[in-house]
Design a protein around this ligand. Structure first.
Ligand code: NAD
Ligand code: WQD
Length: 344
């Protein structure tokens, strides 16, 4: 029996592949490579020494998905496939709803047809929108403020209805906060297409000289130093959270939602300082206007995941910065870089 990972060639999915293989699972990966590279699967095979069964397909293709389920004995699905750029979702909402929501509906229909009723779903703290206060608990009412966040919230509601229609379904919804960092080998990591949107890949590209300067989006927020505060979590900790969620999904039924965050918030300036301390590389920056749609502070109350999954983040901000930098400096052009040797 195997675990299907949709979006398994992506940033988080590839780290989940490593974690599950180390835990002894057989895995199958489907990915349309719309935001990733086949090289990431090869790197996972290099790290783990295990061959991965990979299908380059779109989850919107029911026929292709059914072929995967026909050819493999799948017992659960970790569903990471999805588009995740907030700004793009505002410009192209229908593309986001079709890819994320319709894609999940088609995946769920195929799972139902093959009697596979266990799923771990990649949701996002973006479902909370502008939190009334922090830290954020799972009981807070979702109030997403962009199509991307709404797509994640809609999927959560669809999956809850799926369980109400048949209580054999066992579904774990994981609301990730801000994943950063990379596997300690420096062989897999975040490889954004074009100019990154997110803070850490921009910091590492400034450090590598690919970008000249970091723009700090505003310093007038009601925070420790006026810059935005976020809950950065090491992608390896996030991957371990999926292993714990999978185990929980096997041993129960119903739908549960968990925040995956550290519970600690760091401002933009604090992250810059942490990166400079961890790597010895200076990050030039300038304060610019706030980014529309940004919230002042967003960080998790991680208590429910600790109690319900027996999971907590282990890596601190220093490891997140060191590991992000090792990936960037080993792979200046991401997966298009020349072969990197193992450094773990
Ligand atoms: P990513 O873009 O690196 O990975 C997503 C993968 O899904 C990519 O490999 C892409 O090619 C694939 N994909 C997208 N649409 C597909 C489709 N229709 N069919 C098949 N494959 C498809 O992004 P990531 O950072 O690894 O995020 C993984 C998941 O976690 C996403 O669902 C995202 O919304 C969610 N998430 C990410 C973050 C974050 O900050 N990275 C935070 C919260 C939630
Ligand atoms: C972090 C902080 C910015 C870039 C996003 C998505 C969210 C989720 C995680 C998918 C903020 C500041 C950033 C820059 C800056 N992804 N910043 N200069 O916005 O918290 O969350 O990624 O689910 O949906 O919205 O992350 O990394 O973009 O920003 O000052 O060049 O860094 O203002 O305070 P964010 P981010």
């Amino acid at each position: 029996m195997a675990i299907l990972i949709t979006g398994g060639a992506g940033y988080i999915g590839s780290h989940i592949c490593v974690e599950l293989i180390y835990a002894g699972y057989d895995i199958i990966v489907v990915d349309n490579l719309s935001n990733s590279n086949r090289e990431s699967i090869k790197r996972v095979e290099l790290i783990t020494g295990k061959e991965i069964v990979f299908y380059q397909i779109d989850i919107l293709s029911q026929n292709d998905l059914e072929t995967v389920f026909l050819e493999n004995s799948i017992e659960a699905v970790i569903h990471c496939a999805g588009l995740k750029a907030v700004g793009d979702s505002v410009k192209a909402p229908l593309h986001y709803y079709q890819n994320n929501v319709t894609g999940t509906i088609i995946l769920s229909k195929v799972m139902k047809k093959f009697n596979v009723k266990k799923m771990v779903f990649s949701s996002s703290a973006t479902v909370y929108g502008i939190p009334e206060f922090v830290p954020i608990r799972e009981s807070f009412l979702p109030r997403p403020i962009n199509p991307y966040g709404r797509s994640k919230w809609m999927i959560e509601e669809i999956l809850k209805d799926l369980h109400l229609s048949n209580n054999e379904w066992s579904i774990t919804l994981l609301r990730y906060f801000n994943p950063i960092g990379a596997h300690k080998s420096g062989l897999i990591g975040e490889d954004p297409n074009g100019i990154p949107n997110n803070l850490m890949p921009i910091i590492t590209q400034v450090a590598a000289g690919k970008l000249n300067i970091l723009q700090v989006y505003g310093n007038c927020y009601p925070t420790v130093d006026g810059t935005g505060v976020r809950d950065y979590i090491h992608v390896a900790d996030l991957a371990n959270g999926h292993l714990k969620a999978l185990e929980k999904t096997f041993n129960s039924s119903g739908v549960e939602v968990y925040n995956l965050g550290t519970g600690e918030g760091y401002s933009v300036l604090e992250l810059i300082s942490a990166f400079e301390l961890a790597t010895g590389v200076r990050i030039p920056y300038k304060i610019t206007q706030p980014r529309p749609g940004d919230v002042a502070a967003c960080y998790a109350d991680p208590a429910k995941a600790r109690q319900g999954l027996g999971w907590r983040a282990e890596n601190g901000i220093r490891e997140m910065c060191e590991d992000a930098w090792r990936w960037q400096s080993n792979n200046p052009d991401g997966y298009l870089s020349e072969e990197a040797e193992i450094r773990c």
